[in-house]
Each structure stands twice: as structure tokens, then as C-alpha cells.
Design a protein around this ligand. Structure first.
Ligand code: ATP
Length: 293
């Protein structure tokens, strides 16, 4: 059997609302998810020797069962009693712990790859049902494109592709724990909520300006007071001509949406190598679900 290579793409949240905190402690969300052309590279190589072995270019990431790629492969290989082993090579380019679902996307790609490599014949839906056991964002990362995510993020509705634009990504050099953000969120006392339904309408009518105008993320109510650099990056993007700028997921990554590549490039150059952001990328939406993996 030959090795296969896969792309695990990052996402941003064009909109992120928390509807309520449930009694079981989980937060019910409504999020507009969008895949972007930024990806980790994954190589899967079946071996005669049993067991799963992970190698990665980032030496601080776990290579044991704590890595989501390991968990994803094990979940399927155990269920289908795969006798062969698997080498997983992971080259990370998506910023880690950034609110871009890097780990979830790696897990999703591995599930797709293991399904293909060992001829498990699972449908996309069947993979997504298993993916949620690894993480709430994994089903979306299997689906990709533009989607509404509800429940704890696992209830997905496909949307038409968001109108094309330029996406500037900037991650400050700080670490924000997802747990810290959700623990400190006053979910049932939020003063305002992003207009997720309006944003869906704007996506359906192909209106990038309106999509951008309606970007909003309630988790900023926790992260911005604690880490003002997030607001500073948003300001730089908006002053540089972004249609809007917003934090992705639980942060700290900020994205700016532009309809003008030259303006996006100028802000990229302004932020790159500067004090505010450690990692800066200029990219676009990815919406062709059938290609690119
Ligand atoms: P999300 O947007 O889903 O909250 P994130 O971008 O905040 O995700 P990740 O980059 O997925 O966060 O990883 C968070 C933590 O998970 C890391 O600190 C890391 O130790 C652990 N982890 C396990 N597997 C991976 C992986 N394949 N890639 C990145 N991190 C991983």
C-alpha cells in the first residue's frame, strides 16, 4: 500500500455567538464557519508492523495519544480492527492554539485518509458522526466550506460559498486558553449578539461587505479586556481598509476581510515582523469541498 498526502485546512469564524450555557456546563453556539487556504500537511503510511507512530515538525506537540491525529487514527483502526500499523507525518503550518481548529482539522484529515487507505467505506456522514467523539469542530473540518454550526458546534448546515475576498490572518504572540475564555464568559448576560441570521442572508446574496459588517464574536468580551493586543490588531486592519476585523474562535488570532488585495497586502506588510503579531498570513476562502485534500 502506498502513502497518501492530505491537506488539513484551517477555519475562521465569520460569526460566533453563544446562545446559552447549558446546565451540563456546555455552551450552545451559533457560528458561521469558513475554511481558508492555510493548511497542515499530513502524510499517512501504512506499515506491516502494528501500532500508530506520529512525527511532527513542532517538537513541543505531543506525538502520543494526546495528539489529535493519533486519537483520530486509533478511533477508526480500533473500531474496524485494522491489523496493519500507521505512520503519521504531520507538518504544522496552522498556528497552534489559535482559534483556527488546527488540531481538529488534522484529526478530520486523518479520518478521511484512514477511511481511504484501509478501505473502510464510511460515508462522509458516518465519518462526521465519529469525528465528534474527538472534538466538537471535527465534523465541520470533515465537511469544510461555509457552514452554520449549532449545538456545541457539531450540528451543521451547509451554506452556499461565502463571497470571495481576501483574508488577513494575524496571531499575536500570546497564549489564550479556550477553557479560560469559556469559564469567564458571562454567557447568559451578554449585552449584544452578532446577527448570525443576517450574516447567512448576506452570504446567500453574495454580499461580501454585508458579510464583513456583520462579523462578530461574543468571546471577544472576555479576550479583549484581558489581551488588548487583539483590539489593537483589529484597529490596524480596519484603519488599513479592512471591511471588518474580528477574532476567530476563542482567539487570539484576528482576521481582517478585504475586497482589495493591495490594501490587504499593505496591512500584511505593516503587521509582518512588527510588535503586535507573531504570525501573519494573507489568504482567501476555500470553498471547493471536493478538491484540495
Ligand atoms: P480550536 O479552534 O478548535 O479551539 P485551537 O486552534 O485553539 O483549536 P489547536 O491548535 O487545535 O487549538 O490545539 C490546541 C492544543 O491541542 C495544543 O496546545 C496542543 O497541545 C494540542 N494538540 C493535540 N493535537 C494537536 C495537533 N494535531 N495540532 C495542534 N495541536 C494539537
Amino acid at each position: 500500500m502506498k502513502k497518501i498526502r492530505l491537506k488539513a485546512m484551517a477555519k475562521i469564524n465569520l460569526g460566533l455567538d453563544v446562545v446559552r450555557k447549558r446546565e451540563d456546563g456546555y455552551h450552545e453556539v451559533r457560528m458561521i464557519m469558513q475554511t481558508i487556504r492555510m493548511y497542515d500537511q499530513i502524510e499517512l503510511e501504512p506499515t506491516e508492523a502494528p501500532g500508530i507512530r506520529v512525527s511532527t515538525n513542532l517538537n513541543y506537540l505531543p506525538t502520543n495519544e494526546d495528539n489529535l491525529v493519533y486519537k483520530a487514527a486509533k478511533l477508526l483502526m480500533d473500531e474496524f480492527d485494522v491489523k496493519k500499523g500507521l505512520n503519521i507525518g504531520l507538518r504544522k503550518f496552522i498556528p497552534v492554539a489559535a482559534g483556527m481548529a488546527g488540531g481538529s482539522s488534522d484529526a478530520a484529515a486523518v479520518m478521511v485518509g484512514v477511511n481511504r487507505l484501509f478501505h473502510l467505506n464510511l460515508s462522509q456522514k458516518e465519518l462526521m458522526e465519529r469525528g465528534v467523539k474527538i472534538g466538537a469542530d471535527v465534523p465541520y473540518c470533515i465537511l469544510r466550506g461555509t457552514a452554520l454550526a449549532e449545538g456545541i458546534g457539531e450540528k451543521l448546515t451547509h451554506l452556499p460559498p461565502a463571497p470571495a475576498g481576501y483574508v488577513l490572518i494575524a496571531k499575536p504572540g500570546i497564549h489564550v486558553s479556550t477553557k479560560f475564555v469559556y469559564t469567564n464568559l458571562k454567557a447568559n448576560e451578554l449585552e449584544s449578539h452578532p446577527d448570525i441570521d443576517g450574516q447567512i442572508q448576506a452570504i446567500r446574496s453574495g454580499d461580501l461587505k454585508k458579510v464583513a459588517e456583520l462579523c462578530g464574536n461574543v468571546l471577544e468580551t472576555v479576550t479583549i479586556p484581558a489581551y488588548p493586543v487583539i483590539e489593537e490588531i483589529k484597529d490596524v486592519m480596519k484603519k488599513g481598509g479592512a471591511l471588518n476585523a474580528c477574532m476567530s474562535g476563542s482567539g487570539p488570532t484576528v482576521f481582517g476581510l478585504f475586497d482589495d488585495r493591495e490594501k490587504a497586502k499593505a496591512v500584511y506588510e505593516n503587521l509582518y515582523g512588527g510588535e503586535l503579531a507573531k504570525q501573519v498570513y494573507l489568504t482567501t476562502f476555500f470553498n471547493n469541498r471536493k478538491s484540495g485534500r
